[in-house]
Every structure is written in structure tokens, then in C-alpha cells.
Design a protein. Structure first.
Length: 419
């Protein structure tokens, strides 16, 4: 049996290929069952995200073409349309790869945590579909434990590497508690949505979202119990904001020095933290000259992000060492499985010898034999029966000069030289 992985990701395939090989949640169960029923496959799981699609299987043949052909058939494509974008991994390489993926070491953003949740979803889906068994199921559990250890023992996820996260972290450094603050977010794109999400997770007191299209602002605000306004309403609400984050596609500044100065006066000089994530800038540079205003641009945050990315790279080196050790542990477990059938056979054989000897001893006691003599005879009989075959094999090994077998026996039975 072989562990085999075949997949594509953001570094091997363009989005036009990735989207055609993706597995939406509503078809994943049927796809898993179809994959599992493919000849030679005994276990199967599918990880499908916007950045990767990977098949993890245990099968009789190490031939990745089996999985490529299945992908083509299931996704209604020709194999030559995507085969050059795929990669395949076998056995130990699969174990290492799945651990690296779960830890975020193979992600577009180094150390990002979302992939672990996506990996757990893939595992749960395979469990629900009934396509996992002992080895692949155990590998997923081992992978989750490895990812937890990496998160606990390294700083792989502690340093923000997105401008949105960096902005929120900076706000936390300026304000004692975000729960008492109001944030005004200008825009409704991906960056503002991510900023709103981070602020919400950190317990921000209130969120106001302003956008040129009120409907978009309202739809985003609803996700975070926020309040939506149009851009034209910003002057009426600016003084309420302790935190202002702006990221629009406007070619002209949205906030000028005069407007912010008026808001500061209404706030009675209460400080305002402002982050301009837009290019071109949404907030006039002169705003930074005002007292009680802390203005940061995307370049200011980029320096922080660069430093944090370097910290993540250093943490990633530690993570790789942890993964190396954990891969060895799982490989050792796999190797131990090869001995299980031999151990079971040996145990059954010994139990048969024990039962035969015990049956004779009980019969002797029933017929009035002396208990002490019966127990002594039982012990001698059982010992002789258990060691008879190994001793015979060792004698034959001595006659044939099979010193390797003799040495193996000494190790197996943990024998030491008599002194």
C-alpha cells in the first residue's frame, strides 16, 4: 500500500486552472465517494481551497496517473489541460507535505492560520463520506497535533503580515481597550472588510462604514453589527471616530486637513488614530501635522509587515525542525503497523499453548492431583512449549552459521551475556 498525493496550488497553476479543478462543498461528498470507489484506492480525502486542490489517497499502486485520470473525469476535463500543473508526492513526502500545508508553510501568505481550518474541514468531510480508514485518518490527526505544536512553540502566526491586521494591531497599542472605541471605515472592498473583521474579533465598541455606494456599505456593516453611511455623511460622523481606516479607489483625497481639524475640535482634543491604506492617498498628508492625530500610511505599515515577515521566516525554520521530528514519529508508527500481524499471530500461538497446558492442569486437579505438584508441572510444561520452537530455530541457525539470526534473537528477547 502507498500513500499518494496529487494536487495543484497557487504556485503551479493559474486561477483559470485552479477554479476548474475546485470542489464546491455541495459536491464534495459525492466526489469523495466516487474517488474512494476507484480501483486500487482504499482511503481518500480532498482538500479544496481557492489556492489549492489536493487529493490524499492510500492505494495499491504508486502511480499518480490514477488520480490525474480521476480528476479529469470528475471535473469533465482533458488530462492534458492541467497535468503539467500538477505535482505528486509519495509516502514520506506526503506526510511531510500535509504537515507543512496545515502549518501554513506552503501558503501564499507564510504562516496563515486559515488553512488549518480548511484541512480540518477536509478531514471531517472524508469522515462523513466514509472514505477514511486507519492510516490516512491517523495521518490527519497527527497533522493537527503537529500544527498545534508549531503554533504553540513558534511565533509563526504571531506577527501580522497584512496591512489590515497591522493597522488593527497598531490601534491596540494606542488604545487601552478597543471595546470603548468607535471605528470609521471608509470603503467597502476586501481590505476594509478584513479590517472590520479583525476589529470585530478584537471587540471594537462600534463600527461605522462609509462608502460611495450605500448598499455595499450596508451589506458589509450588517456582518459586524455596524452602521452604514454614504461618503457625503462623513463630516457628520467624523468626530465620533476614535479610529479611521480608509481604503478606496478615489483619485482625490476624501479627508482634508480642515475637515479633520474641525472633528478634533468637536472631540475636545481627544486623540484620533488614522490609517490611510489607499494609493493614491485618501487622507491629505497635511492631516499628520495636526496635534492629537496619529496618521499612518500604507508605507508605514509595510515596514512593520516586512519586519514581521522576517520574524515569520525565522519561525518557519523552527517549524520545519518540528515537522521533521513529527514526520519521523509518524513513519515509525507506520513501520510498527507492519509488525502487527506477526505480533497477533505470535500472541494467538502462545495463547493456544497456554490454554492446552491449563486444560491439562485443571483436569489433573479435578482428578485429585496434588495442587503444588500440578502448578509446578504446569509452569515447566508451559515454559517448554513456548521456548521449544525458538530454541529449535536457533539451533538450526547455529548449524547454518546464521549469526545474524542469533544476534536478532538476542535483541528480540533482550538477552545479556552471563558474567
Amino acid at each position: 500500500m502507498t500513500l499518494l498525493a496529487v494536487g495543484i496550488n497557487y504556485s503551479t497553476a493559474p486561477v483559470s486552472i485552479r477554479e476548474r479543478l475546485a470542489f464546491p462543498a455541495e459536491i464534495l461528498d459525492s466526489a469523495l465517494k466516487d474517488l474512494w470507489q476507484t480501483q486500487e484506492i482504499t482511503e481518500a480525502a480532498i482538500l479544496s481551497t481557492c489556492n489549492r486542490t489536493e487529493l490524499y489517497c492510500r492505494l495499491e499502486s504508486p502511480n499518480p496517473q490514477i488520480l490525474i485520470d480521476w480528476l479529469a473525469k470528475n471535473r469533465q476535463l482533458q488530462a492534458h489541460d492541467f497535468a503539467q500543473h500538477t505535482y505528486s508526492l509519495k509516502d514520506h513526502a506526503v506526510i511531510r507535505h500535509i504537515c507543512r500545508v496545515a502549518c501554513g508553510l506552503d501558503s501564499m501568505i507564510l504562516g496563515e492560520p486559515q488553512i488549518l481550518g480548511q484541512m480540518k474541514t477536509a478531514y471531517q468531510s472524508a469522515c462523513a463520506a466514509g472514505t477514511l480508514s486507519k492510516q490516512l485518518g491517523r495521518l490527519f490527526q497527527h497533522t493537527f497535533n503537529t500544527a498545534k505544536k508549531v503554533r504553540t512553540d513558534t511565533a509563526i502566526g504571531s506577527s501580522p503580515v497584512s496591512v489590515a491586521f497591522a493597522a488593527v494591531q497598531l490601534a491596540q497599542q494606542i488604545f487601552d481597550s478597543l471595546s470603548e472605541q468607535t471605528a470609521l471605515l471608509i470603503g467597502a472592498g476586501e481590505t476594509i472588510e478584513l479590517t472590520a473583521r479583525h476589529l470585530h474579533q478584537q471587540g471594537i465598541g462600534r463600527i461605522i462604514i462609509a462608502n460611495r455606494t450605500y448598499e455595499k456599505a450596508h451589506a458589509l456593516a450588517m456582518q459586524f453589527n455596524g452602521y452604514a453611511i454614504a461618503l457625503a455623511e462623513i463630516p457628520d460622523h467624523l468626530a465620533e471616530a476614535d479610529i479611521v481606516v480608509s481604503s478606496t479607489a478615489s483619485q482625490l483625497p476624501i479627508l482634508g486637513k480642515g475637515r479633520v481639524e474641525s472633528a478634533i475640535k468637536k472631540r475636545k482634543r481627544k486623540p484620533m488614530f488614522m490609517v490611510d491604506l489607499a494609493v493614491p492617498r485618501d487622507i491629505e498628508a497635511e492631516v499628520g501635522q495636526l496635534s492629537d492625530v496619529y496618521l499612518y500610511t500604507v508605507d508605514d505599515l509595510q515596514n512593520t509587515i516586512d519586519q514581521n515577515m522576517q520574524a515569520r521566516r525565522q519561525a518557519a525554520e523552527q517549524a520545519e525542525e518540528i515537522i521533521d521530528t513529527q514526520v519521523q514519529h509518524f513513519v515509525a508508527w507506520l513501520h510498527s503497523q507492519g509488525a502487527q500481524s506477526t505480533i497477533a499471530d505470535f500472541r494467538q500461538q502462545t495463547e493456544r499453548l497456554r490454554n492446552d497446558a491449563l486444560e491439562k492442569a485443571l483436569l489433573a486437579l479435578k482428578n485429585g492431583a496434588n495442587p503444588e505438584d500440578t502448578l509446578t508441572k504446569l509452569a515447566h510444561s508451559l515454559t517448554n512449549k513456548i521456548i521449544h520452537t525458538p530454541c529449535a530455530q536457533l539451533r538450526a541457525a547455529g548449524n547454518d552459521e546464521r549469526h545474524d539470526l542469533i544476534l536478532a534473537a538476542r535483541e528480540l528477547f533482550n538477552l545479556t551475556n552471563n558474567t
